[in-house]
Design a protein around this ligand. Structure first.
Ligand code: URA
Ligand code: URA
Length: 312
């Protein structure tokens, strides 16, 4: 049954509102869609399950005409210029519907740095490197007093997610909302991150998210080298326990902590580094994207590189 143009208009409006929320100044629709045209270009996807806690403001689901009505868990991506325009071949003709993130995804870049982490001191009775589970790591973090950041914390933020995640994200450190809730990336930057993850079909609940430091630095300042060094054994243990297929470093502090080098994002992006053998991609921090929307397009490229690496 054809979708009415009223329904399509509504979908288009919600789509545009979602784009605006995402800093949509740079969102480019190929041209204004006449209602009749919009009726061909857009259909409304079925209602989605409730978003996980912390991902407020779920964007309106929109799918393309020609696709079967239920599109599973797909959600409209928000890459600049990725407005729904090209009708896809019906899934029946092509097998599984082609994920939209693949359209125009950059090729996987060449190798970058190769990092081998120091072997943990497993002989020490309290070795972080010997903690048996992610919960045990979190419990140890909660009582940690290895650096001054513990003085100011409301709650530590050890990280959370799928213990067998194939994609693991690393940020800088908790902000105010994270310090209050004990959960990573639940503030404004976290909501943007949720959408980025949706757009590459790796919803938040499928990944593991951690930070370089587990306690909030005062005034959200960058963690000091001593603080990073004090906290890194926890992240190393988390990575060893999750053993993800791909690591994604969000921002230069995450890259510095993981790779042990102080370099600009310009030098670190668009390479596939290796962290204990695990491919590691570096991109902008979502909070930086909120300040500078020009970095959204390069971020979109980076996350699609990481996404392709997941496929092996
Ligand atoms: N798409 C965007 O437009 N920006 C991002 O940061 C990620 C995906
Ligand atoms: N920024 C980060 O780097 N980490 C968080 O957990 C939240 C915001």
């Amino acid at each position: 049954m054809p979708w009415s143009s009223a329904v399509a208009d509504d979908a288009l409006r919600r789509y545009l509102r979602q784009q605006a929320e995402l800093g949509g100044a740079e969102v480019i629709l190929p041209r204004p869609l006449a209602p009749r045209e919009a009726g061909r270009a857009l259909v409304v996807a079925p209602a989605r399950p409730v978003a996980p806690a912390g991902s407020a403001g779920a964007p309106a689901p929109v799918a393309q005409a020609g696709a079967p009505a239920p599109r599973g868990d797909r959600r409209l991506e928000f890459a600049p210029g990725a407005a729904p325009a090209q009708p896809e071949a019906p899934a029946a003709a092509t097998g599984a519907p082609k994920a939209r993130w693949r359209d125009g995804a950059p090729p996987i870049p060449g190798p970058g740095l190769t990092i081998t982490t120091p072997a943990p001191d497993l002989l020490a009775a309290d070795a972080i490197g010997a903690l048996p589970t992610l919960d045990a790591v979190a419990a140890r973090v909660a009582g940690c007093r290895a650096c001054g950041l513990c003085e100011g914390r409301t709650q530590s933020v050890p990280g959370e997610g799928n213990p067998t995640a194939r994609l693991m994200l690393v940020g800088e450190g908790p902000g105010a909302t994270e310090d209050q809730t004990g959960r990573p990336f639940v503030g404004q930057a976290g909501q943007l991150l949720d959408r980025i993850l949706e757009s590459i079909e790796c919803p938040r609940e499928t990944v593991f998210i951690a930070n370089i430091v587990k306690c909030r630095p005062p005034q959200n300042r960058k963690p000091l080298p001593d603080e990073m060094q004090a906290c890194l054994p926890f992240l190393r243990r988390q990575i060893a326990l999750v053993r993800p297929t791909v690591l994604l470093a969000l921002g230069s502090t995450a890259a510095e902590g993981l790779l042990g080098v102080k370099k600009s994002l310009g030098e670190l992006r668009l390479k596939v580094h290796r962290y204990d053998g695990i491919p590691l991609v570096v991109t902008y921090h979502p909070a930086a994207l909120l300040r500078n929307p020009n970095w959204k397009k390069p971020t979109w490229d980076d996350v699609r590189i990481a996404r392709q690496l997941l496929d092996g």
